[in-house]
Structures are given as C-alpha cells and as structure tokens.
Design a protein around this ligand. Structure first.
Ligand code: ACO
Length: 393
C-alpha cells in the first residue's frame, strides 16, 4: 500500500515529515523487511542472524531470486552456472584498463558495469528468463571488475577467475592471486550475505526507478552503483575507518568526536534513516570481525572500535537528543573488510558485490508487477516571466 503524501486541493505537497521520502512506502516487496524500531532485518523470511555466517552468498542470492534456499543439487548447479559466466568481455576489460589509470574504484566499477551490455546480445530482453541470466552474469562479473581494476591499478598482472571457487573465494583469489583461507572466505561470505538486501535504501530505490521505465537490468544496476557511492549511503565505511584510526586510542575518542560534532561534521558509521536502535547488521559484522581477530590473535583494532562505538553513541545522544543515533552497518564493515585484507577504497565496491544480489532481485520484482515510478514535485518559483533578448537583460 502506498502512503499518501499531504494534499492541498489537487496538488500533493511535501511536508517536513516526508522530506527525503521519509516514511513513504513506494513498493510492496517480498524480498526483505527492515524493522527500525525493533532492529530486525528479515530476508525472505529469515532473520539476518539466522543466515549470515551460516549461508553462503550464492545461497542467499538464490533465495532472493527464487524465494527459497537451493535444495539438492540446485546449489551446485547454480554455483557452476555463475562460475561459467565470470570471464569479462573484451570491452569490459578495455574499460577497466582505462579506468585503472584514471578513475577511483567506484567510478571504475560504474564504468565497467555499464560496459557489460557489450557482451550481451539480449541485454534489452526483459523476459523473466533473460533477466535471471543477466542477474547471474552481473553477480558473476561485478567482483571480477573490482578485482581486475585493483590488480591493474597496483601494476600487477590480472588473475583469471577459477571456476572451482565460490564467489567470495574467487573474489579474494582474483584480488590477491592467492587462494584464501577458509576463515577469510567465511568472513567475506558473512559480509556479502549481511549486505545482500535491505528494503528500499537509496541505491535499491534508484534501481527500481530505472527498472520501472522498462529500461534494462544493466542500466538499473549502473544507476544503483552511482547512488551507492555517496558517503551518506555506501561510501561511509572508508571514512569510518579513518575516524577510528585518527582517534587512535580509546582515551582520545570522546574529545575527538565532540570536536567533530562541534565542527558540524557527521560521525561516520552512526545514524540511519530507518533504524532507531542499533542496526542488527552491526552485531553480525562485529561477531564476524571478532571471529577473524580470534584466529589471528590481533584484537587491538577491534577493541578500539568497540570503545569508539560506545562513546560515539553517548556523545551523539547528548549532541542530538531524541534522534536515536546508533551504530549502523558501515561501522564494523570497515573493521571486517580491513581484516580480510581489503584496502579502504575497496570497501564500497565490495558492498556493491553483495548488494548486486538485492538490486537484481528488486529489478526483477519491479518489472514483474510494478508501475512507472513517477512522483511529483512542488514548484515554488515564479510564473509568467517575459523573454528578453540577451542585450536587454
Ligand atoms: N553524526 C552526527 N549527526 C548526525 C548523524 C551522524 N552520523 N546522523 C544524523 N545526524 C543528525 C543530523 O545532523 C541531523 O541533525 P539536525 O536535525 O540537528 O541538523 C539529524 O541527526 C537528522 O539527520 P538527517 O540527515 O536528517 O537524517 P537521515 O535519516 O536523513 O540520515 C544518514 C541518515 C544519512 C545515514 C545519517 O545518519 C548520516 O549521515 N550518517 C553518517 C553517514 C553514514 O554512516 N552512512 C551510512 C548509512 S548505512 C547505509 O546506507 C548502508
């Protein structure tokens, strides 16, 4: 059901409460539910705590697209179908090569993904079968684009994909040229599952708007990548890590954060449009980071982050009373992905690897039953201006 906006006469007008579409329901979905009061995330009936750390990323992509977890030999077949789609078309390799010299990672990803229609004879076919194939192609190639970019940017040779590895394992393998340990694969799988889908966030909404015009799936995912890039959405984990590193020791946290707030800066990794309590994904990612830290015996960064979190929530409660600003998913994303060996500016592209599962599921849902998304705006400029030639203005 769509919640109506405030109306005066025949013209709907926004009010302060609905600016940024806050609280407006724009679609029905059976993909995920975000309960911001209880701090609960449900993916196709499963709580995030139930699947993250247990299911692989492939299983959750399958769940999102088909509505149930793969049974029997479905999973093996699905994995090998995705693995067979990993090789990037020549046009995409060329695009990523250029991007590796001239662009940042998210721009490169957007550029590389946009080029993927080059390898698709039926990119504009929106039948459910064609869409599913393109969704699989995107899930297979988005990590390969990020990995190729990273290899070339660092002056290293490209690493060809290995069909015997899972998406998480192959991503780490193509980034480093080394087969990852089971613990790192488990850590990355947990991360990718945790961010696979999350209601009507800004990038998913972008993807649905584009899909609602009956444009193709590659266009919709390209637009979503643009929306994810911003620091108010998927671009926050890098700055969150910078903040933790600048703080350095727990005793400096309070003064550092008070000073940042006094300078009207935002504390990255805190606050959320929907969650009024701690984001449940923060706990899942904290546990995953802790499991990795226990393996390596290196807990200093995690313990510092935990203390920064505790103090951050306190300082924000004082500075912004009634706002309920708590830790969001990005805070421990930074810690976990760094433990996995990823560089800071690969955090957001890695988010895109996971969210590709959700974006493509939403695009298919939108195209299956949605209507053109076309809201209105309220004009508050003048009318009846008269045109004057340039010399008379
Ligand atoms: N630090 C300081 N103040 C904050 C923060 C924060 N992290 N978050 C919100 N506020 C304050 C705002 O300054 C504002 O205060 P004011 O009314 O006194 O000016 C008030 O809280 C409300 O902020 P809005 O921007 O209106 O809230 P909105 O719901 O639009 O913001 C957002 C949500 C963008 C996530 C915000 O909390 C934020 O900027 N957080 C930091 C960036 C971040 O962590 N982004 C990742 C989000 S998770 C994700 O997208 C995957």
């Amino acid at each position: 059901m769509v919640t109506p906006s405030v109306t005066t006469g025949s013209k709907p007008t926004p009010d302060a409460a609905t600016s940024g579409l806050e609280g407006i329901v724009v679609a029905r979905t059976h993909l995920s539910d975000v309960d911001g009061q209880q701090g609960r995330l449900t993916i196709r009936g499963y709580s995030i705590e139930e699947i993250a750390g247990h299911a692989t990323f492939e299983e959750v992509a399958y769940l999102l697209w088909h509505g149930s977890l793969p049974a029997g030999d479905q999973l093996l077949r699905f994995q090998s179908e995705i693995a067979a789609l990993r090789t990037l078309p020549d046009e995409t390799r060329a695009a990523v090569t250029v991007a590796s010299r001239r662009m940042g990672p998210m721009d490169a990803l957007r550029f590389g993904v946009a080029s993927l229609t080059a390898g698709e004879a039926h990119a504009d076919d929106e039948s459910p079968e064609a869409n599913l194939r393109i969704a699989m192609m995107l899930l297979a190639r988005v990590p390969g684009i990020v990995a190729l970019y990273e290899r070339l940017r660092e002056g290293n040779p490209a690493v060809e994909p290995r069909p015997d590895l899972s998406i998480a394992a192959n991503y780490l393998y193509q980034l480093t040229g080394e087969e990852p340990t089971p613990a790192t694969v488990r850590g990355l799988d947990t991360y990718l599952v945790t961010v696979a889908d999350h209601g009507m966030n800004a990038s998913t909404f972008t993807a649905r708007v584009i899909a609602s015009t009956a444009a193709d799936m590659v266009s919709a995912v390209t637009g979503a990548i643009g929306a994810l890039k911003g620091p108010l959405h998927g671009g926050a984990p890098g700055p969150a890590l910078t903040m933790i590193e600048e703080i350095g020791t727990p005793d400096r946290a309070e003064a550092w954060m008070r000073d940042a707030l006094a300078k009207k800066k935002r504390l990255m990794g805190f606050g959320h449009r929907v969650y009024k309590v701690r984001d449940p994904r923060a706990e899942v990612l904290y546990r995953a980071a802790e499991a990795l830290a226990d393996e390596t015996g290196e807990r200093t960064a995690l313990d510092l982050a935990h203390e920064v979190e505790r103090i951050g929530v306190q300082v924000l409660a004082e500075a912004k009373p009634g706002r309920n600003l708590n830790t969001n998913v990005e805070f421990y994303t930074a810690l976990l992905l760094r433990e996995l060996g990823l560089g800071q500016d690969l955090f957001t592209p890695t988010f895109a690897v996971g969210r590709t599962a959700g974006w493509t599921a939403h695009i298919m849902e939108q195209q299956a039953g949605g209507r053109l998304i076309r809201p209105q705006s309220e004009y508050d400029g003048p009318f009846d201006q008269r045109y004057a030639p340039v010399g008379q203005r």
